[in-house]
Design a protein around this ligand. Structure first.
Ligand code: KG4
Ligand code: ZN
Length: 335
């Protein structure tokens, strides 16, 4: 019988300091997430310098708290997994340095995890992932379609040419003067309105790529034009029209990819997987097309270390290791 594998995961790529212990890539033993959101909300967005300073202040305490919560010591841990990128460089450095220190002091293997691999494996905490599958990654920094032939194999088949979905949500939120982080609020507002604004369906072509800057500009122009005419914008209607275009183009291209690759398993990953429009429409479409859809629980959609420890298990099983020279990378491809 194989021994159980306990991975301690560390995530600090943006504004959450998080540590988690996951058993065999599927069972959340203990997770601590310290969000800095309230602090950054005062500035209307994440301030990198403040984020890294807060990570430094909190990381040791969060590691200790997680071990206490799990009622475990470092002796019980098989390996340390850490987000090495992409993200804010100063923030990443704190997690990477903490992980290296633990690996060195306690003589544990160090496993490097790409942040997006983490978002993808958040799904394994809900249901065992089956392959091949298509992953739709939608976050503040990413919008990608990924074909996974097998565990821990990632083939990008399309991605955004400009803004990520979450980024577009946050910018639209700013235009209609919704406080940071605007994405969830725009999502909520969209249900109080109707699709009354004539916005374009962005990059409606045969590729698997996306583009959201045109849609964002259409929203900006519309708001400016209406303001100049002395008209008031119906924010709920605008949120509804915007969300509808986003959901329409994401579903259209993803459903086509599933058919083209003859894949019957699909997962959604990233912070925007919390979007109710996306969740509802994909659930409907996948059910009627015989596609097995998994979406992470809300708590695993936004940044957390549970997903890093889950991905870390599969990376560990594949023999992925980093030395003490592991570098944090602000930009790095998922391979
Ligand atoms: O994955 P994540 O926590 O951070 C990145 O790795 O980027 O995603 C954060 C993004 C933000 O842009 C936030 O506005 C967006 O996810 N988001 C949403 C919703 N919840 C979070 N966007 C639309 N609808 C939501 N319900
Ligand atoms: Zn993320």
């Amino acid at each position: 019988m194989k021994n159980d594998v306990y991975i301690l995961g560390i995530e600090s790529s943006c504004d959450e300091t998080s540590v988690s212990i996951v058993k065999n890539g599927e069972e959340d033993i203990a997770t601590v997430v310290l969000s800095q959101m309230d602090t950054h909300a005062n500035y209307g967005g994440v301030v990198p310098e403040i984020a890294s300073r807060m990570h430094v202040e909190n990381i040791t305490m969060v590691i200790e708290e997680c071990l206490n919560k799990a009622n475990m010591t470092m002796d019980d841990i098989t390996a340390i997994a850490v987000t090495y990128g992409p993200g804010l460089i100063g923030s990443l450095l704190v997690g990477v340095t903490a992980a290296k220190t633990l690996a060195y002091v306690y003589n544990k293997p160090l496993v490097p995890v790409h942040h997006i691999a983490g978002h993808i494996y958040a799904n394994n905490l809900t249901k065992k992932m089956t392959f091949p599958l298509i992953a739709l990654v939608v976050s503040g920094g990413h919008t990608e379609l990924i074909y996974m032939k097998d565990n821990y194999s990632f083939e990008k088949i399309g991605g955004t040419l400009d803004d990520a979905v979450g980024e577009a949500y946050d910018k639209v939120a700013r235009i209609v003067k919704v406080p940071y982080p605007g994405g969830p609020l725009v999502d909520k507002m969209s249900y109080q309105g109707e699709d009354n604004y004539d916005l374009p369906l962005p990059l409606d072509d045969d590729s698997y790529n996306f583009s959201f800057s045109g849609l964002k500009s259409a929203v900006i122009n519309l708001v400016h034009n209406e303001e100049q005419r002395g008209h008031t914008i119906n924010k709920e209607d605008l949120a509804c029209s915007f969300q509808k275009r986003v959901v329409d183009i994401l579903t259209k291209k993803t459903m086509r990819a599933l058919e083209h690759y003859n894949v019957k398993n699909m997962i959604i990953a990233g912070g925007v997987a919390a979007n109710s429009g996306i969740r509802t429409k994909f659930t409907e479409l996948c059910a009627s097309n015989g596609v097995d859809l998994t979406i992470p629980e809300f708590k695993y959609c936004t940044d957390n270390a549970t997903m890093i420890a889950a991905a870390g298990f599969f990376a560990y099983e594949k023999g992925k290791r980093a030395g003490l020279d592991l570098k944090a990378k602000a930009n790095t491809k998922l391979e």
